[in-house]
Structure formats: C-alpha cells, structure tokens
Design a protein around this ligand. Structure first.
Ligand code: GLU
Length: 456
C-alpha cells in the first residue's frame, strides 16, 4: 500500500543525522547540503541530529567538530538534538509497541543466528529470521533466562509490500516478507538506529527524510513504524540520493581522512566549492562554481540526483575552488583577508587585482607586500631600470598608466615585447609572474615603483 505523507504544503522540516563516531567527509556533506538547500529554498527548517545512542563509539568532540564543519560550509542548523539525551522518548515508544504486541523477545546468540542463515542459504532461501522468539511461551523464556540468556527485542513486521514515491529514485517498493523482523534493542539494552530515528522524526515534525541510498532498505521498516507511532499514521516523504564515490569507484568511508572536511579546509579548499561539488556531482546539473548557497539552491536539488554512482574526481576540487574564489566580491572575503593582515584603503582594489591569480585565499598575503609593502626587487640591467624610472608618469595613476608608461619606456630604450615587460615586472614585483601589472601598478604607486627601479 502507499502511505499517506506528512509532507504538506507548509514549510518543510529536514534533518541531517550523523553518528558522531568520526569526522565527516565530502560524501556526508552531500547529504547535509541536499537537506540544507531543500529547506532553504522552501523557507523550511534544518535539524542537526546526532545519532549517538551508541554511547561507546560516539564522542562529544566529534559532535562539536561536525557542527563546526557544517558551519564552515555555511550550514547553520535551526535546531540541534542529541539522541543520547532523548532515551525517555524511545523507552515510551518501546512501551507502546509492546502494548500493541509488536515487540517480542529473542534469545539467539550471533552464532546461532549465523547458523540459521547458513542453513537457509544452503536451501537457496533468503536469510529471513524465522520468528522463533515469537513462538516462545512464558515458561520457555523463563528457562532461557535462567540459563543466563538476555533477550534482544525485535519489531514484528506486517508482511506486506510497502510502496513510496521516492523524491530521488521515483516509485519504490519493498516486500517486507523478504525482511527479518528488525532488532530494536540489543541484549545489553542499547537501541539500534531504526526506532530512535523514527521517534525523533515524529517528535521534531520532520517532513522530508533526505539521505543516502544505503538507507533504502531501512525505509519499509521505518514506514511501518511511522504508521503505528505517529499521531496521524503518516510517514514523511523520502529522498534517497546516490552516494558519492572516488573516481576509482571506491566508496568514501568516514575514515578516508583526505576527503574529510577538516583536511580539505586545511588544504585551503573553499567551502562553497565543496558544497557545489558535493551536490552537483552525479546529478543532471553541471558542476559549476557558485557565489552563494542561495545560488546553489537555485540550481541543485536532491530530485536531480542520478541513478548511478556519483563519481567525483578529487582533482576537480582544487580547480572548482579556484574558480569559486575568482568570482568572490570583496565583501565576501573582507573578514578573511583582515585575518590575513590585509586591510585598509587599498584592500578592495588589491583583492580585485589579485583574485584571478589565486588558487587559495591563503596565498593572497604573498601579493600584499608587492602591492603595499616592501619586497626585494630584481634588477638585472640597472641602466634599463633607470631609463624606465625617468619616464614614470606623474600621479594620479589609473589602469591606463601601465600602457602610457611602457610606451614611453619603449620609445626611450627601444625594448619591446618580453624584453620590455619582463624586467619591469621583475623590478616592480620581485617575481617572474603574477597579477596584471595594469591594475597592480596603481596600487604600488609612484614612490614605491621609483624606489624599486632605482634601488633608492
Ligand atoms: N545516523 C544515520 C547515518 O548516519 C542516519 C540515517 C538517516 O538519515 O536516517 O547513516
């Protein structure tokens, strides 16, 4: 049957739900950004939910780091919740499921379950749990517990076909008779992910669950849980996007360090380039540089995700990052430049001059003393440099000064082409190559230019 959906025309509520057991990488960013853009475009809300019911593997430092990584990407959550603080809700849901007769105790060990699966496989049957626990009477349970066995708890599925219209994958269906009744609570009392996720999605009013396609198989179970636990029996809408993979086809694990947001940040990659690459790869949209998340929201959408693996080339990231940077207006980088010691009257003109030459914003300070400070000029032919100095125009200077001046130098010395321009660049900047001299020269100004040419 098809489920009624909680997603109405009102503003959507989405959530990104990482387990804080490591740093997040660009593949996790794909999910986070798809969710964020979805809400942003529709005036909705973005919940950051830490799935930290596994108290042993979850760490507060990772949660803090994930929050910081998201903020760096430009994602400001509207609400942050931690599952470790919400056990009372899960206990209440378990109690309700028990009352409904949907929860039953099982006592098999892992080895016993493995043997059952192998036996089924040997007969060519799918590895579906045989519901032996459901058949146990009170006395049998008591006997097992007297042997020291502790129960784990399964949710009894309705055997039916669950259908939903996936916003990314289209019409989808799962036959629940091919699934084992899922374990909700382990024998040590720990909740597995399935139930708390549904309980929170209901409690927080989540309207759209946007996540990787590795979760498709959980969806039928979760829809059944929504049906019995949510006040109106409805489930959110689902969108399962394709997963990001390295160009080699290898999946990205949480521990593939090089693609963690923190290491990309350290490498000087622009967060907006990461956001763009994360959601435009493996979609019907072209990978392109954008100037803001709003612009990205106008282009990208989880419904554009393709049905194949989203392969991405790490080397594209540096190029996209540079293109992203080249398009930034001064306001966008002003604060970051200030942190790098670049501020004052000339900062804006400086930015507009050097940005096309930068691969990373962190390289801007290389050019700051060239424009407004002290450098070591390279003068190979002092006679030429003096001749050039003699015809330096008077100020005020503008973008046409370079042309006026170099024509005068050419007339005075007879030098042309590289023999004219290269020694001037070496003297004025101390470097072989760099930003356009037409725009750089007015920043350097007459006094500095004169001193660099004449060593004065
Ligand atoms: N904690 C789960 C994960 O990180 C969340 C899955 C979901 O979005 O429902 O995969």
């Amino acid at each position: 049957m098809t489920m009624a959906s909680t997603a109405s025309n009102s503003a959507p509520v989405v959530r990104f739900a990482p387990s804080p057991t490591g740093r997040i990488h660009i593949g996790n960013a794909r999910t986070a950004v798809f969710n964020y853009l979805f809400a942003r475009k529709r005036g909705g809300r973005f919940v950051l939910r830490f799935d930290d019911t596994d108290l042993e593997r979850s760490r507060a430092e990772y949660a803090d780091a994930i929050e910081a990584d998201l903020r760096w990407l430009g994602i400001e959550p509207d609400v942050i919740v931690r599952q470790s603080e919400r056990f009372a809700l899960y206990h209440a849901a378990m109690a309700r499921l028990r009352e409904m007769g949907r929860i039953y105790a099982c006592y098999e060990t892992q080895e016993e379950l493995d043997r059952k699966r192998k036996r089924l496989a040997g007969r060519g049957l799918p590895p579906v749990y045989d519901r032996a626990g459901l058949a146990l009477g009170e006395a049998e349970r008591a006997a097992l517990e007297a042997q020291g066995r502790k129960p784990h708890w399964r949710f009894r599925l309705d055997t039916e076909v669950i259908e939903w219209n996936d916003l990314a994958r289209g019409p989808s269906r799962i036959d629940c008779s091919s699934l084992s009744d899922p374990v909700m609570v382990r024998e040590d009392g720990a909740y597995l992910y399935t139930l708390p996720s549904v309980v929170d999605d209901i409690d927080l009013g989540v309207t759209h669950i946007i996540r990787g396609e590795d979760h498709v198989t959980n969806t039928a179970v979760q829809i059944q849980l929504f049906r019995v636990l949510s006040p109106n029996g409805a489930a959110p809408d689902f969108a399962h996007h394709n997963l990001l993979a390295a160009a080699s086809g290898e999946g990205l694990s949480k521990r593939s360090g090089a693609l963690s947001l923190s290491s990309l940040r350290e490498a000087g990659v622009e967060p907006l380039a990461i956001a763009a690459l994360a959601v435009l790869t493996g979609s019907s949209d072209n990978v392109q540089a954008v100037a803001s998340l709003d612009e990205l929201a106008d282009i990208a959408d989880v419904s554009h995700a393709s049905h194949h693996m989203a392969k991405f080339d790490e080397s594209e990231l540096a190029a996209l990052s540079a293109r992203t940077l080249h398009a930034y207006g001064f306001e966008k980088v002003q604060a970051r430049l200030r942190d790098l010691g670049i501020e004052g009257e000339q900062a804006e003109a400086f930015w507009l001059t050097v940005r096309p030459n930068l691969e990373r914003l962190g390289d801007a300070p290389v050019w700051w003393p060239v424009a407004c400070g002290d450098i070591t000029p390279i003068v190979e032919d002092a006679g030429f440099a003096h001749a050039a100095a003699e015809v330096l125009p008077q100020e005020p200077w503008d973008a046409s000064t370079w042309k006026t001046w170099t024509e005068a130098v050419k007339a005075r010395t007879g030098a042309k082409g590289r023999a004219l321009f290269h020694p001037l660049r070496l003297a004025l900047t101390g470097r072989e190559s760099g930003p356009e001299l037409a725009t750089l020269l007015p920043l350097i100004g007459r006094t500095r230019a004169l001193a660099r040419l004449t060593g004065g």
